[in-house]
Design a protein around this ligand. Structure first.
Ligand code: URA
Length: 255
């Protein structure tokens, strides 16, 4: 008997889909799911097995950066940090979210976006039909500015190389920047977020590299402070744009 690897989620989904399509051909009138076309599209990178050699290598490279972050003394923020927060998620993610800097919860736990704004970001990711594990979540600054003040230009200059390296390793198809600092840093602009959102920009990992698409949207902390229908609608429009660019289905949102 030949030993075969256990099926991954995508193979299981394909098998179930095939069975359901077969049932439909055989005259089934009702199926315990939505229309078959609602099933996730081919989505190789988000479902690549974690023991894939390329992913293993990317994970090792990201882990090496995470270790450097924990020891970094490149700016005075290391003096007050409890944990550096390098970022986390799928090393081969097609989609990366970049925020500003860790807050109190993130500094205490060492994980990005785990406080109130983080819960909202998790809800947004889930509303897109995705999970936190499928994407990568990071920040411009890896250490918490005291009292959550805005990052200073020297802190950004000292820290942003970690992010540039992470993006070169992950090679995402789309970067979503959350708030003004992330968008302005990656796009090298001073434009306000209201002018940057709602369209696709290009981020160049280095001058000769293929550009990566970038969508700028509001920071979840801003959304929490301005929890209006209008602000939420704009963020959802931005996320629909992202899903379209990735060729992923747009889940119907409950009103
Ligand atoms: N806000 C951010 O910008 N990043 C975090 O990780 C948490 C809150």
């Amino acid at each position: 008997m030949t030993k075969s690897n256990p099926p991954n989620a995508k193979q299981i989904l394909r098998t179930v889909q095939g069975q359901l399509e077969c049932d439909q051909l055989l005259g089934a009138r009702w199926l315990p799911i939505g229309p078959l076309s609602d099933l996730p599209q081919e989505d190789l990178r988000m479902n690549t097995p974690l023991d894939d050699p390329i992913i293993k290598q990317k994970r090792q490279q990201l882990d090496a950066i995470a270790q450097q972050v924990q020891k970094c003394t490149g700016c005075p923020l290391h003096q007050s940090r409890n944990h550096g927060v390098p970022g986390e998620g799928n090393p081969n993610a097609r989609l990366v979210f970049i925020g500003e800097a860790p807050g109190a919860e993130e500094d205490a736990q060492g994980h990005p976006f785990v406080g109130r704004a983080g819960k909202l970001l998790t809800n947004i990711i889930q509303a897109m039909g995705l999970t936190r594990e499928q994407v990568f979540i990071g920040n411009i600054l890896k250490c918490r500015p005291p009292d959550n003040r805005d990052p200073s230009p020297t802190e950004i200059a000292a820290c942003s190389d970690y992010l540039y390296q992470q993006l070169e390793i992950i090679e995402p198809e789309i970067i979503v920047t959350l708030g003004a600092y992330a968008a302005r840093t990656l796009l090298d602009t001073k434009d306000p977020i209201g002018r940057l959102r709602g369209r696709i920009h290009q981020y160049f990992p280095h001058p000769l590299a293929e550009p990566i698409k970038l969508v700028a949207t509001y920071h979840p902390a801003y959304l929490l402070r301005n929890y209006t229908h209008d602000a939420r609608k704009r963020v959802w429009e931005d996320m629909q744009m992202v899903l379209r660019e990735l060729g992923l289905p747009i889940p119907q949102k409950n009103k």
